[in-house]
Ligand binder design. Sequence first.
Ligand code: SF4
Length: 490
Amino acid sequence: MQTVWVFGDQLNRNIGAMANAEPANSRVLMIESAATNGRAFHRQRLHLVLTAMRRFATELRVEGFDVDYRRAPSFRRGFEEHHREYEPDAVTSTEPNSRKHRALAAALGVHTTKSNQFLTHPEVFAEWAGTRQRLRLEDFYRWQRKRLGYLLDTDGEPAGGRWNYDHDNREPPPSDGEWQTPLSSPMDAVDREVFDSVSGVGRDPVGWWPTSRAAALARLEHFVDSGLSGFGRHEDAMTTQSWHLAHSLLSPALNLGLLLPDEVCDAVETAYRAGDVPISSAEGFIRQVIGWREFVWGIYWLWPDQRDENIFAHHRPLPPSWDGAPTDMLCVAEAIDGLEKRAWIHHIQRLMVLSNFANLYGMEPHLVHDWMRERYIDGADWVMGPNVYGMGLWSDGGRMATKPYVSGGAYINRMSDYCGECRFNPRKRIGHDACPFTTLYWDFLARHEETLRSNHRLARQYAAMKRLEDLPQVRQRAAEVVAGIEEGTL
Ligand code: SF4
């Protein structure tokens, strides 16, 4: 009998090697590696993955599969123990979702079946990338829309008349926003058993993250009914009033295979066609899934060397505030606190608060990558590499994004309600109450002028910098800010 090895981020009966497996012809192997549990991952991340694995194993047993679920010091040891005990005719797995696991599967002689967990196989993405000089997300996204048939009218034109509603989706948070109430699940015996076995950082789980396919499908339905219509307009907003706003919170379930991208997009398109949600929300959401998410997946496989660059030569270690020390920067404090409590913050907090801060302050890219990968509930290897090196930090030198996503306090002030409560002033760049983001932003432009001044997308910013009469004082203040962040006094 063959063995199908199911990795912890492929928990779906309908993908790859499991799609054709039956109890009569296949045994299932699942391995919990102690090496993973020993790392500094957020407890909720460990709890989510291990609980979802155990529930999936139970579902397969109910279906009649013989499941060898083992805990081992490493995946390799678990595999070898399984082999010795069961002597399978062959071991097959769905193509693993990380380079490390693919290399391991190859080294162990595991036969891999093509994965359909994503809508764009890396081979298809590589073909699309072809000899293009620049891989533009918008080109990829439109190609995906046409290829996959989402939000198209019968004449092949985009539903609603436009391909992209991003400009409608940048509203700041309303003062009286009424947000969905996300579903949560009470913790049961399986949750508690897993939770008692995990170490790691962060607060205990309270049931926000679905750990089974049934729970994930319920979350999808709930989001489409109650959150989706408000998603578009406030996609980029940040507020102390709500940690989730109208975000779907489905990325952890998608990244573990509990949901598949096409069923999520189908549900959103159905709601749009029924007239239940505006086009800006449906398009904005589907763009995240078939556009950005699949683009990142493709880039991960296409450019394994993306992580090797450090274009800004940033080498600072993580500051005390990223290790739980208090900070007066309210936007940073909110983001770190959100991660501590839920292992999740939304994409603008990730990009324009934490990554922006990391770049302005000059943190070592690998340290930032590892810190985020361990703390984000959905921080898969393939997600974090392109998002951190290509987008958040631009440390790859602009292979993926045309300019670094850096800003001063003005952007955060426009898109959030943080600054009014903060002891710093987002409009000030010098003085003790100057916003550290604003001070460091000008300092960043000045210190990387040689690298960035020929970038036409930053021409306006450099022209503005040249008009700053107080630039020397700003740079002096920047040195004080850096020292304060390093010492943990800011
Ligand atoms: Fe963040 Fe600056 Fe606004 Fe304070 S003033 S919340 S540090 S952007």
